[in-house]
Design a protein around this ligand. Structure first.
Ligand code: RAM
Length: 535
């Protein structure tokens, strides 16, 4: 009996936030935003054109009005592709009716939905992607009754849909209507651009706003086509862009609470979580840099809202994230990479060395958490942070900063990457002057490892602005995000390398998400730094 009681107490003691979780989850639920719906119709029938100059080798040309499809029998046509004119997230429905003879057998139709043209024109099978084949948006529907509308049950993210008749059909039928019930929780854009703002900047901003709108569902999703869930790193960037667009801070509050309520028994936030059927985290997936960014998200939320009550309520979680990282910092002030088997994600670029980056991310988190403590009057609880920051700064400079070349070299192979520079700048480990030199040197170094995603590229622009490299930040943003706009992006892509349209973290570019939240940050930069981007 005594042993059982002891065991029970130990179990309770093991969950450090046991008495708080229920209230946190309730607050997350209370802050859940309402979805707004719109019914969208296709704007054109289109024809696919293979074109080596088009993004990923494919583009669409308008062929006819949608009315052409509605009035003709589908039997002759066999296949059609429709363009809805914009990216949508929602549920697709259609209706078919008899033309001539009555229905005497079911009709089998295949639907393939795509965010970008190449997705509909690259065979999926034999499957070679490294994630599940089921993420691809193709569905076979068997229609047994022509008098009823049919809604495809899964939520989709797409602009284009290809419809194919499978097998023979002896009676005539027409697809006489199709639509998408599109959804988002994002409302009106609350911020405007200066009259002096150049056209290309306006376009870059507009695509960013659309990206964010599509990803703002009942949480900040990372991508509405694939994953459909809340990730800390994506949330951090989405909240920054939300500040300068929809200003829906309730959304950020909800997401912060979800991660707190679903943290591990020792209070570490898990990299991603799902809402259905009940909110739950992907339990095996702790990503230390993301856990640390949860603190930055809380700090930015407090700055946006002055909601001290929430920040005080969640403060103990912030302390836990820092403690979780400090477990791996040795007496020498260095993050011991060999002892840490957690996922350290900074970008999807293959071969990126994370040694210097995680040290930078930890020091950055120490600084941000200290700032949060100051805002909440709790410095005494983290009084050791300033000296730790100094010690860790000195240690990593000694190990990785090549003062002669003026560049950070990460890991055993002394790798020069853009992100090693940016994380040592963001954390204040390099001064502004050193940072500017380091970025310029890295970018001019042959073989420098570049970010492969807008996520990594966000931190590059951020670092340039921190080092007063205004012109370079301006030009890089216009070049990188403007490059996607010029290649026809309706929303920003999960992975983008200006030199390689088919870059994919999953070895199959149609699996990439082409409306990916972490691409939306030009909205933040453009408004946060109007002098750099709007004049
Ligand atoms: C991908 C998701 C998400 C990102 C993680 C690290 O699977 O798309 O955006 O945060 O990886």
């Amino acid at each position: 009996m005594l042993a059982a009681m002891l065991f029970a107490t130990q179990l309770c003691a093991a969950d450090i936030f046991a008495d708080k979780r229920a209230a946190w989850m309730r607050k997350a639920e209370e802050a859940k935003p309402q979805l707004i719906f719109r019914t969208m119709k296709p704007v054109a029938l289109v024809r696919a054109v293979a074109d080596s100059l088009a993004y990923q080798g494919w583009r669409y040309e308008p062929e006819a009005e949608p009315a052409e499809l509605y009035k003709a029998t589908f039997n002759q046509r066999q296949t059609v592709t429709l363009d809805f004119g914009q990216h949508m997230v929602g549920y697709f429905g259609f209706h078919i009716s008899e033309r001539g003879r009555c229905q005497d057998a079911p009709v089998r139709l295949k639907f393939t939905f795509g965010e970008v043209p190449a997705e509909l024109n690259t065979p999926f099978d034999p499957w070679k992607g490294t994630l599940n084949r089921a993420w691809m948006q193709d569905e076979v529907v068997t229609v047994t009754r022509v008098d009823q509308p049919i809604i495809i049950p899964r939520r989709l993210a797409f602009r284009y849909v290809k419809i194919e008749l499978m097998g023979r059909c002896n009676f005539g039928f027409a697809i006489d209507s199709l639509w998408c019930r599109a959804q988002t929780s994002a409302g009106k854009v609350e911020e405007t651009l200066l009259p002096t703002c150049p056209d290309i900047v306006r376009r870059i901003n507009a695509v960013g706003v659309e990206t964010l709108r599509e990803c703002m569902q009942t949480v900040y999703e990372d991508g509405p086509k694939r994953d459909h869930r809340l990730w800390i790193g994506d949330m951090y960037l989405e909240a920054l862009a939300n500040r300068h667009s929809f200003r829906c801070h309730q959304m950020t509050k909800r997401c912060l609470y979800l991660f707190a309520g679903l943290s591990t028994p020792d209070g570490v936030t898990i990299s991603n979580c799902f809402e259905e059927p009940e909110p739950h985290a992907q339990d095996v997936s702790i990503c230390l840099p993301y856990s640390l960014l949860w603190n930055s998200s809380l700090l930015e939320y407090l700055k946006d809202t002055d909601d001290r009550e929430t920040a005080q309520d969640l403060w103990p979680v912030a302390v836990r994230q820092v403690e979780a990282a400090l477990k791996y910092v040795g007496d020498d002030g260095l993050f011991d990479r060999g002892r840490c088997n957690l996922w350290l994600f900074f970008d999807w670029r293959n071969g990126l060395d994370d040694y210097a980056l995680i040290q930078g991310a930890t020091v950055f988190a120490l600084r941000q958490t200290y700032e949060l403590a100051q805002m909440l009057g709790r410095e005494s609880e983290v009084a050791t942070y300033p000296s730790l920051i100094r010690k860790m700064t000195k240690a990593i400079r000694g190990r990785c900063y090549n003062a002669k070349r003026g560049v950070v070299e990460s890991g055993k192979n002394r790798q020069v990457s853009v992100l090693a520079q940016t994380w040592l700048i963001k954390s204040g480990i390099l001064s502004k002057k050193e940072g500017a030199r380091a970025l310029r040197t890295a970018l001019a170094t042959d073989g420098c490892v570049m970010p492969g995603t807008p996520y990594g590229t966000h931190y590059l622009i951020d670092a340039m602005l921190l080092c007063d490299m205004k012109q370079e930040a301006h030009d890089y943003l216009i070049d990188y995000w403007g490059g996607m706009v010029r290649k026809g992006a309706d929303t920003y892509w999960e992975a983008y390398d200006p030199k390689d349209d088919c870059i994919s973290p999953y070895r199959f570019h149609p699996l990439n998400s082409s409306c990916h939240a972490w691409g939306c940050t030009p909205v933040y930069f453009i408004h946060q730094y109007p002098d750099v981007f709007q004049k």
